[in-house]
Design a protein around this ligand. Structure first.
Ligand code: ADP
Ligand code: SR1
Ligand code: MG
Length: 435
């Protein structure tokens, strides 16, 4: 299929730098840039898999301008993808800004025809993956991402919303099917079979890719996760919450790029964070100048994983408890059912069970998110930038082994401490592959 045959609305065109300039010039919001359109410095910086992103700088301020393409940028026009993802991204950003305004970029303008979002330029923020490859610690990250997840997930779930609002949100985001389909295919299915776009570090991972395709226990486990992904509209999830969707610096964290948002299982977002931190942990062997140089950084990553979960858990429970006390809860676990002391105690236990179940879900999804980055179509720069392929393969095989155990033997990981202990135990300073 060529771009010409893709279904795009009348008036849509793919913008180049001059197209962005003239488009912005017509918008009242462009006054914030200062100067004249000819003064604005514009560059295309998109390093994501799907869209164009332009940075626009004027004498007084800057914008980030994101445009959806009618296809997957990573693969090209042979893989069409609807422009509607820009609608869902701006809607999710709008909803996120109601619950965590300090943790998302501000939206200045949305153009449905051009599938274009004009948003706040985040500076001096960088993409978290890049900071982690450089070995930078981010002291505020764990608290910030925990707050992002606790507030966005709790507030859009049936724990907080009445049934009609919950269903309205489910109906609205049910339209994001093409993006869900990508996840269903490239995360939950293709890495476990022969698929055209799969790739891995050859020849070192050949046997591991083959073993994965033959691993029935693993395939049952990932299919259960897929079933949950497709059939559990628990909350409005970000849907692609990896460390490439976080832009930050020492004093500020923002979550970008919720174009995969839909009403899905909360554990998918938590697992995305945990799985991507684990991948970076194992990748450190390829980033240290001498064996052991990054040991302190490794410890920071593992401590961060534990803090993310612990803070998320505490904050989610606090939101839940206060919503019940304030009678602002959603339509399940209704306060009226549990008003007596025995009921209150039972509800407190139920909340603990709920969080334990969320942890189990998150670990399964973390494992799926790790495996897809090792055997599927879209890999992570954390590992891809390691030029020594034996070293990269070492990091990848360790990630793959932990992911398999997390997915198949999830009950062996009752706490996040069990996960970080396992990661620590699998890590040595020597590559596992020799000449
Ligand atoms: P995609 O959906 O294609 O993955 P992203 O939303 O992840 O695109 O953006 C791609 C890149 O554009 C990011 O990695 C980042 O470098 C840059 N970017 C995106 N949004 C902003 C922003 N608000 N401010 C500054 N840079 C941004
Ligand atoms: C074609 S797969 C593209 C991937 O990039 C996005 O960031 C999502 O992670 C998606 O799975
Ligand atoms: Mg994206």
């Amino acid at each position: 299929m060529t771009a010409a045959t893709l279904p795009v609305p009348e008036g849509y065109r793919i913008l180049d730098i001059d197209g962005v300039r003239s488009q912005l010039a017509d918008l009242p919001v462009s006054g914030r840039l200062g100067g004249q359109p000819a003064d604005w410095v514009i560059e295309e910086v998109g390093d994501g898999n799907l869209n164009l992103v332009f940075i626009v700088r004027g004498p007084e301020s800057g914008f980030a301008v994101k445009q959806a393409l009618p296809y997957v940028r990573l693969v090209g026009e042979s893989w069409p993808l609807p422009l509607s993802r820009a609608y869902f991204e701006h809607r999710a950003l709008t909803i996120h800004s109601e619950h965590v305004p300090r943790l998302v970029p501000k939206i200045h303008h949305y153009d449905d025809t051009l599938a274009l979002i004009v948003m706040e330029l985040l500076e001096p923020h960088i993409i978290m993956r890049h900071g982690m490859i450089a070995g930078t610690e981010y002291p505020g990250f764990a608290d910030d991402i925990a707050e992002f997840m606790a507030r966005t997930l709790f507030s859009t779930s049936a724990l907080a919303l009445p049934a009609d609002q919950m269903k309205a949100m489910t109906a609205e985001f049910a339209g994001n099917t093409a993006m869900c389909r990508i996840t269903e295919d490239v995360i939950f299915t293709e890495p476990y079979m022969i698929a055209e776009n799969n790739r891995w570090t050859e020849p070192w991972l050949d046997l591991y890719a083959e073993a994965t395709r033959k691993d029935t226990d693993l395939k049952i486990a990932v299919t259960r996760l897929k079933r949950q992904f497709m059939g559990a509209p628990e909350a409005l999830i970000h849907g692609d919450l990896h460390t490439g969707s976080v832009m930050l610096w020492a004093e500020d964290t923002r979550v970008i790029d919720p174009e995969f948002a839909f009403m899905g299982p909360m554990g998918f977002d938590i697992g995305a964070v945990v799985g991507n931190l684990l991948l970076n942990y194992f990748s450190q062997i390829g980033h240290e100048a001498a064996p052991g140089d990054r040991d302190a950084y490794r410890q920071w990553i593992l401590a961060t994983i534990e803090t993310v979960w612990n803070r998320f858990r505490r904050q989610f429970l606090d939101l839940w408890e206060s919503s019940i006390k304030g009678d602002a809860g959603g339509d399940i676990y209704g306060a009226g059912l549990f008003a007596d002391p025995e009921g209150m105690a039972a509800l407190a236990r139920e909340r603990e069970h709920y969080m334990d179940r969320l942890l189990t879900d998150a670990l399964g999804f973390a494992a799926a998110k790790m495996t897809r980055r090792l055997l599927g179509v879209a890999h992570n720069i954390d590992l891809e930038c390691i030029s020594d392929t034996k070293c990269r393969a070492t990091a990848e095989v360790r990630s793959l082994k932990l992911a398999r155990d997390l997915m198949v033997n999830t009950d062996r990981y009752p706490t996040m401490g069990h996960v970080t202990d396992a990661a620590r135990a699998m890590n040595t300073h020597q590559p596992d592959f020799a000449d």
